[in-house]
Design a protein around this ligand. Structure first.
Ligand code: ATP
Ligand code: MG
Length: 382
């Protein structure tokens, strides 16, 4: 079995791997790039696994004229920028000690040991510089049938790092067979050991949830998480029922995770997750929009185009209604149609608070008219 693609042919990538080989080391592509290439999914970042210790990786990279950056030196990772392209080069590792959150690792020169500490069989595939796939744990059949399975005993692997519970759902959402359920053994282990998630930092939980919700269709995985009690453990009060209708309504819209988070609801997102202020504000806006009565154009006017689209989708999904014809066009129109009245139109007759109140009232009438009232209509009423 072979992989191919522009990522593999990149001159910087080829030169870096060749330099490691010339120095007498093994250097293999691993993880996301091999998995995605095998599945025909675009490859984003390049991970390379090697038996060269990190100092040797840095030296070899430098001698070849590339820039090594010690991005994670204590766990063996050097980022090497070769011909403008970053590569995460990590020395083969094995776990020495785990506590459910982080691992103490030792470097290894055995690919089998490196493969054993990876989370899922589809993530434990390697490829050499020519694209020949190396499969130390027989993960290929799982990958080809799109089955997300833990490497080794699921319970043991989860106890080593409880974040793997969320990764299980995330990888199923992204790469699993949509027609098949989750691997029953893995799912049962996640359900049984979910308490361990309480010890995982909000940052790591948020990062995984973000990626899970950005999958094309996260609804089946989130429903399974909810059924197992894991959804409300990380997001108290969350309800997955409107997520599938939302994904359906989205059609070919970009799968935005904030919109999906908004539809899950729940209490105290700010405490449960680690979001930026702007993200929290947008999610909040979307939840409030779910109970607004604005027309499509008014949504575009109040929230702008992109957030307006999200608001319309979240509202329709939570009410179980369809989106009107031309909804996108109307939101777009609303997003660039200016409110025709300014403060100057009402001055000097009105001043201060009275002026503010009148403007607000006129703005609301204008929104309620689907942005059809003209300046003259509005001022006549004033
Ligand atoms: P993507 O970057 O597209 O989300 P990826 O597979 O590259 O997918 P990363 O999180 O970048 O995912 O991890 C790279 C590889 O490292 C994984 O494929 C897996 O082999 C291993 N890995 C990452 N996190 C863990 C973990 N918590 N436990 C075990 N192995 C892990
Ligand atoms: Mg990656």
């Amino acid at each position: 079995m072979k992989v191919a693609g522009d990522w593999l042919d990149h001159p910087g990538t080829q030169a870096l791997v060749q330099a490691l080989e010339t120095a007498g080391h093994k250097a293999l592509f691993v993880g996301g790039c091999v998995r995605n290439a095998l599945m025909g999914v675009p490859v984003s970042d390049i991970d390379i696994s090697t038996d060269a210790p990190p100092e040797a990786v840095s030296d070899i990279a430098e001698t070849s004229g590339f820039k090594p950056v010690p991005t994670g030196i204590d766990h063996g990772t050097v980022t090497v920028v070769a011909e403008g392209k970053p590569h995460e080069v990590t020395t083969f590792r094995r776990d020495v000690e785990t506590d459910g959150r982080r691992a103490v690792v030792a470097f290894s020169d055995k690919i089998e040991e490196d493969a054993q500490r990876r989370d899922f069989t589809m993530n434990a595939l390697y490829a050499d510089r020519q694209g020949t796939v190396i499969d130390p744990l027989n993960g290929l059949p799982d990958l080809l049938s799109r089955r997300v399975r833990f490497v080794g005993d699921p319970e043991t692997r989860i106890r080593e790092d409880y974040l793997r519970i969320l990764r299980f759902f995330r990888f199923h959402a992204a790469y699993g067979d949509p027609a098949e359920g989750l691997d029953p053994e893995g799912l049962a282990a996640c359900a049984a050991l979910q308490e361990g998630l309480d010890g995982i930092s909000r940052e790591r939980i948020t990062a995984e949830l973000r990626k899970l919700l950005a999958a094309r269709d996260p609804a089946p995985a989130v429903a399974a998480m909810s059924h197992a009690g894991i959804l409300t453990r990380i997001l108290p009060g969350a309800d997955p029922r409107a997520l599938a209708p939302l994904v359906h309504l989205e059609g070919s819209q970009e799968p935005r995770w904030e919109r999906r988070l908004a539809i899950l609801g729940g209490t105290g997102i700010g405490e449960a997750l680690r979001l930026s202020r702007a993200e929290e504000r947008r999610v909040d806006t979307l939840r409030q929009a779910a109970s607004s009565v604005h027309t499509m154009a008014a949504l575009g006017s109040v929230h702008g185009f992109r957030l307006g689209l999200d608001a319309a989708l979240v509202r329709a999904a939570s009410l179980g209604t369809a989106l009107p014809n031309d909804w996108e066009k109307d939101i777009e129109r609303g997003s660039y149609t200016p409110f025709p009245v300014t403060a100057f139109d009402l001055m000097p007759a009105l001043q201060g608070e009275a002026l503010g109140a009148k403007l607000k009232e006129l703005h609301e009438s204008w929104l309620a008219s689907d942005l059809t009232l003209t300046r003259e209509d509005l001022l006549k009423g004033a």
